[in-house]
Design a protein around this ligand. Sequence first.
Ligand code: FRU
Length: 565
Amino acid sequence: DQYDEQYRNQFHYSSNENWINDPNGLFYDSSTGLYNLYYQYNPKGNQWGNMSWGHAVSKDLINWTQEDVAIPMLQNQGREDFTYTNTTGSLKDKGEVRYVGVPTTNWGDADGKKAIFSGSIVVDTNNVSGLGKDAILAFYTADYQIATRKNDGAEDGWGTWIGLTEIQEQHLAYSLDGGKTFIQYSKDGNAANPQAIIPTSMNQGGDSANFRDPSVVYDAVNKQYYLTVVSGQQALIYKSSNLLDWTYASKIERENDVGNGVWECPSLVPMKVAGTNETKWVFCISVQQGAHATGSGMQYYVGNMTADGTWVPESSKTLQNPMTMDSGEDFYAGIPFSNMPDGRTVMLAWESNWSYTGEANTTPWYGNMTLPRELTLEQNADTTDGYLLANTVIKEIANNEEANVIDQKNSTFSISSTDQKVQYDGKQYKISATFSWDESNKPSSVGFKLRVSDDKEYDMLVGYDLTTGLFFVQRLNTGEPNMGAPRDKMNATVNADGSITITVYVDETSIEAFANNGEKSITQNFFMRPENIGDQATNGVYVYSDNGTTNISNLTINPIASIWN
Ligand code: FRU
């Protein structure tokens, strides 16, 4: 496979074939010098299913090589028989319920299987688990269904048949070969049929069907590990000193948009406040419904950890006011890399959205990751708690940046109420410029027209609307039908005081746009299809200024080389 199919992004990771979603278990391995990227993967097709952990490695976080599946689905799991007190509405009946039967996955596969859902990795540098020095510990969710009977003694004594019930539990698997293969951990030593380390009975949230995505992190001050996992609309925090035995510590409850779908893929991230010595614990969360985006999007909250493992929001208003991680529609399930060699916080996300995965029609793969982002926690007077999580593309992207084709550093030109072609044609590049204006002849909107078609009918617009104060990416003009609001335009508030710097990474079906060096970002995929726009190139680049004069400084374009060569 040459990775040159129609719609294949050239500098974003995707699998050579088949479906991917969330990044999983991101970590740096100091013994090999490799960054490891695992992800939700269907080994059998380009739609969701058969979830396993796929794997890729990289020396620089940009150029990736795909490896074999690292954690395949659990097979031939035996009969299970246990009771559980159901407290929420996810089972048909509340009260004590007896499960009995053989696990099965929910896409019609044969019995005895458990899927491997999202999770995280920590390297056990001090061998606190006893699984081996530098053992690579993967915490993931086993997802399966099981026959459910109500414990009322009816029928054959097992109780009245209720139906199949979705079960999600937290498991551990570990690797002693640099993360290529994993051994299932089970307290009873039965790696073929492993027990959960955090079973349903430890789910304080009580939502057995939405208990997933464990994220493990070390608290160097309080000298303990935390495992954060979602349960419906809450995140539960467990603590441990040996990474094997976990006790429930506390929970974080959703206060905003409750009722609009579950939380997913949590992470607690200790971060230094830029320019200070103070550490905050940023709680990052993916929201299925009710975030800024149609469908799924990511939010964060700033807080602090106490010695007993409680995450305390920065203020009483924190949980009421979620902050948006990326204001586009295609930044989801992002988690940070663990064991970073340099203390940076680097996150990458799935560049897609659960509300329209079926519409992309890419073959033989589906999905790609965003570029890795370096996160910095900055003080910012405009936010509820006085902090803002800024994100920029990691500096290693320079490895693939070719020499400037446009280099107007330290020079400025002006355009008035017009657009102007930039003398470069291409589809894979980074473009950046600072737009400024005078109050006397203030434009209404400034920015870039990218991927402009030969007939100038179609484009992706990245700009700043001075009338509303909104930085935006608009894909209304890509020719896609049914592009209803808000899919047509995604916005982020930016207080541009006379100028704004806009930087955009453009790939075949991806735009990652940044305002003022990462103060706000908007990530969008888009599809310019011949069936909609005809058989023409979409390589044009323009700068524009509507209804007034814009001064454009430091305009640069660097083509970005494919990571597949
Ligand atoms: C998020 C998610 C996770 C789950 C995984 C399943 O996109 O729904 O909550 O573990 O995908 O593939």
